[in-house]
Ligand binder design. Structure first.
Ligand code: G3H
Ligand code: ZN
Length: 274
């Protein structure tokens, strides 16, 4: 399957799963899960994951190779980049889309920084997601309070030229329970005001039925990381408890990878469809 940009299947009308890759096993699981569902998927590498590996290139090249070999369309996306240098590196490596996150800046500074990055990415044929109204929890502190204003969002998209917009609608990053209260009415108002696809971050905290409702209300790209890490870790933990003398890492990573693949199939095959 030829490599695709997220922009080719992130279109209004259908939910697309965007899941984070830290280890190679994540990429393998996400693609296996998408293939079993017969649906496209976005693999995303966050700036935090780049920091963990102390480099983007090895994990990005591995994801791109896995994406090219997949039987369904797979996009490789840079997630939550705050560094323009990292965006340029991702573009150079062949990632088809990036999220540039200047949401911690004030409105004018966010517009200026995002517009500059967007112009650069568009010159290179790369699709850009930005964020307005900071989705909390990036620092590990649950903070669901921020909200994106629809009128400001429309002005932001017009001023920056971005292709998709991450919005604050009640979610918070890195929640390990699924108790977030998503503001479905606000999603619908944003969908009506904003001419580009909307992105839900911190989706791990959202119960299945509300993820489906969020897609029905207008969310297109659904970012999930923590929930799949929970699934991965639970399977590894169970295997290690049953096999206390195991030393071959493949023995316990494989159950984690398989569990994530099954959960991805369930999420994109049923929860994110409409
Ligand atoms: O950008 C990544 C996502 O927003 C993931 O957030 O770990 O809370 O699912 P999550
Ligand atoms: Zn996020």
């Amino acid at each position: 399957m030829p490599l695709v940009s997220a922009g080719e299947f992130v279109v209004a009308g259908a939910g697309v799963g965007a899941f984070n890759v830290i280890q190679l096993e994540h990429a393998e699981a996400l693609i296996a899960g998408a293939e079993a569902a017969g649906r496209p998927v976005i693999l995303q590498i966050s700036e935090n994951a780049v920091r963990y590996h102390a480099a983007l290139e090895p994990i990005a090249v591995a994801c791109l190779a896995a994406a090219r070999a997949a039987k369904v369309p797979v996009a490789v996306h840079l997630d939550h980049a705050t560094s323009p240098e990292l965006v340029r590196e991702a573009v150079g490596l062949g990632l088809g889309s990036v999220m540039y996150d200047a949401s911690a800046l004030d409105y004018d500074a966010n517009v200026a920084a995002t517009a500059e990055i967007t112009a650069y990415c568009h010159e290179h044929g790369v699709w850009v997601e930005a964020e307005l109204g900071e989705v909390g929890g990036k620092d590990g502190v649950h903070a669901p309070g921020a909200r994106t204003d629809p009128e400001e969002a429309a002005r932001f998209v017009a001023a920056t030229g971005v292709d998709a917009l991450a919005v604050a609608v009640g979610t918070s990053h890195a929640m390990t329970d699924r108790t977030a209260a998503v503001d479905l009415g606000l999603i619908a108002r944003l969908r009506d005001a904003v001419p580009v696809p909307l992105v839900l971050h911190g989706s791990s905290g959202v119960p299945d039925e509300d993820l489906t409702r969020a897609v029905e209300a207008g969310i297109v790209k659904v970012n999930i990381a923590t929930h799949l890490n929970k699934v991965f870790t639970a399977a590894v933990r169970a295997y290690l408890a049953d096999h206390p003398t195991v030393v071959d890492t493949r023995k316990y990573l494989a159950p984690g990878r398989d569990a994530v693949a099954r959960e991805v199939t369930r999420l994109i095959g049923t929860v994110l469809t409409r």
